[in-house]
Design a protein around this ligand. Structure first.
Ligand code: DX5
Ligand code: ZN
Length: 224
């Protein structure tokens, strides 16, 4: 099986918003592969973060892929705005509470020139995403309940990572498998061993002094 490069996607939700442009610059200089941008509307999740203006700011600072995670209701309505703001991939939730037609939204994301991602909450069975797998570029496995950074990784989500990998092979698909929530070098290693290749990390990067060391530790966590 093809060995995929491990990619580290810092989540700027954990950055110091008083110095956001500097924080983004620091994490880019420190070797980030992608930037992960968590969009929360206070409806789909119990928190409000930021919108397309911050994606546009990030776009003005880097050519790195911008990985936009929409934790919002009616993501279909907002896809054009996030695409115009500079998103490279847009990931949407499969749950009925997100209130959209998943097939149509995935199609719209690709029609806007972005990679299409699909994700699910810890409580949501993986079977719900399975029908869409032939039409996604990215599967994001939430390893915490979405809404807030700094929570503990849920080991039992690794069964979903296993399943995503198995189905990728049997379908002949090529999507990335990304994990999000409570990722540090230890939980990152576990995730990679189960088949994930993109690690989203907020706290374990931005709440340290040395971002390059934190990113390096995540990328190399399987080598040790
Ligand atoms: C949670 C977000 C995550 C979060 C990860 O709803 O989707 O991207 O920022 O933060 P940490 O790494 O602190 O768990
Ligand atoms: Zn996220």
């Amino acid at each position: 099986m093809l060995q995929r490069k491990i990619l580290v996607a810092p989540s700027i939700l954990a950055a110091d918003f008083g110095h956001l442009a500097d924080e983004i610059g620091r994490v880019i200089d420190a070797g980030a592969d992608w930037l992960h941008l968590d969009i929360m509307d206070g409806q789909f999740v119990d928190n409000i973060s930021f919108g397309p203006a911050v994606v546009k700011l990030a776009r003005s600072l880097t050519t790195l892929p911008l990985d936009v995670h929409l934790m919002i209701q009616r993501p279909d309505h907002y896809v054009p705005r996030f695409a115009e703001a500079g998103a490279d991939s847009i990931t949407v939730h499969v749950e009925a509470e997100a209130k959209h037609d998943v097939t149509e939204t995935l199609r719209a994301i690709r029609a806007h020139g972005c990679r299409a991602g699909l994700t699910l909450n810890p409580a949501t069975p993986f079977a719900l995403v399975e029908p869409y797998l032939p039409n996604v570029d990215l599967v994001l496995i939430m390893t915490v309940h979405p809404g807030f950074g700094g929570q503990s990784f849920r080991l039992e989500m690794m069964a979903k990572v296993d399943r995503a990998g198995k189905l990728r092979e049997s379908l002949g698909a090529n999507y990335d498998i990304e994990v999000d929530g409570g990722i540090n070098p230890e939980t990152g290693r576990i995730s990679i061993e189960h088949g994930a290749n993109v690690l989203v990390a907020g706290t374990s990067i931005f709440h340290t002094q040395d971002y390059a060391a934190a990113i390096g530790a995540l990328r190399d966590c399987c080598d040790s």
